[in-house]
Design a protein around this ligand. Structure first.
Ligand SMILES: Nc1ncnc2c1ncn2[C@@H]1O[C@H](COP(=O)(O)OP(=O)(O)O)[C@@H](O)[C@H]1O
Ligand SMILES: Cc1ncc(COP(=O)(O)O)c(C=O)c1O
Length: 272
């Protein structure tokens, strides 16, 4: 039997992010992705134009039907959440589900600031989700917001490990901080609270940012952990996969909003 992941995120028609990447990546990693949409968009929100259908009103009933159908999931994976109400629905889903893996990508901001849709109250509520998770994957901005640290890229590796420890003290057993720039490289830091082990991955950084790389990253980690792979292997695999897709995509003159051509490399994940 394949394991099931409830993937709570928006569905954007174009932009290769959120559910549009989570579904194929989890499938390639041989877990069943059960999408739990939060909103439906024509195009992700960085495009000059997009439609936005908020799914909040449907979410409680969607969950109730799963309960009546006795759908048991092996992992809950949540990404971008657009309102206090959505955060509360996801918190309740986590609290009433008996699953050993809860992956929360605390999507709140980037490049040192909160996204414009994000309020202080939402940050506070996100902490409740983090508290009940087993793994979080904040970028450095989100890691600093959650630990009330100043955002900059001059933290030493030891200081970064201490930030990861502070995050694990908020609740999760595993913390992965993404998008840390160190000289010409981009790092990810994986920290496991029970072993007190920290692990860095590092690849060359070409200074380019594409839509959805954080979603691809967390989807790979989520799929691998659901199938009982080790955290460090999962972070290494996700780092190398994105590096490869970015190098491939950068050869073409594409819009960053279109995301990366991960479809070309899904075979790497299928063969794991
Ligand atoms: N230009 C790049 N070169 C290599 N890896 C990258 C690049 N951009 C992103 N990544 C990889 O994708 C991961 C997630 O990207 P990041 O921008 O931190 O996500 P988010 O969208 O959550 O802010 C990074 O930690 C890194 O491993
Ligand atoms: C609705 C929406 N817009 C935009 C994005 C792209 O965000 P970024 O460019 O920071 O990856 C995402 C990513 O999940 C999204 O869900």
């Amino acid at each position: 039997m394949l394991k099931k992941v409830a993937a709570i995120n928006d569905l954007s028609g174009v932009g290769r992010c959120s559910l549009t990447v989570a579904i194929p990546i989890l499938s390639a990693l041989k877990v069943q992705c059960c999408p739990f949409p939060t909103a439906i968009l024509s195009s992700q929100t960085d495009y000059p134009e997009f439609t936005f259908l908020d799914f909040t009103k449907e979410m409680d009933e969607y969950r109730n039907v799963w309960k009546r159908l006795h759908i048991d999931v092996d992992c809950i994976y949540s990404g971008f959440l657009g309102s206090i109400e959505q955060i509360e629905i996801v918190s309740n889903f986590i609290k009433e589900t008996n699953t050993s893996l809860v992956v929360v990508d605390p999507v709140m901001g980037d490049n040192g600031s909160l996204y414009s849709t994000f309020t202080e109250e939402m940050c506070y509520k996100i902490k409740d989700l983090v508290k009940h998770s087993t793994l979080i994957t904040p970028n450095l901005t989100e890691a600093c917001i959650l630990t009330k640290k100043e955002y900059h890229h001059n933290y030493s590796r030891l200081e970064l490990i201490n930030i990861a420890k502070d995050l694990s003290n908020l609740g999760p057993l595993n913390v992965v901080i993404t998008g840390i720039v160190e000289g010409d490289n981009i790092l990810n830091l994986a920290y496991n609270k029970s072993s007190d082990e920290a692990y860095f991955t590092s690849v060359k950084y070409n200074n380019r940012s594409y839509s959805g790389t954080g979603d691809i990253f967390t989807s790979i980690i989520c799929g691998l952990l659901t199938n009982n792979y080790d955290l460090n292997f999962a972070v290494e695999t996700a780092t190398k996969f994105i590096y490869k897709t970015i190098n491939y995509t950068s050869q073409f003159n594409t819009d960053r909003n279109d995301g990366v051509m991960f479809e070309m490399f899904l075979g790497d994940l299928i063969s794991l």
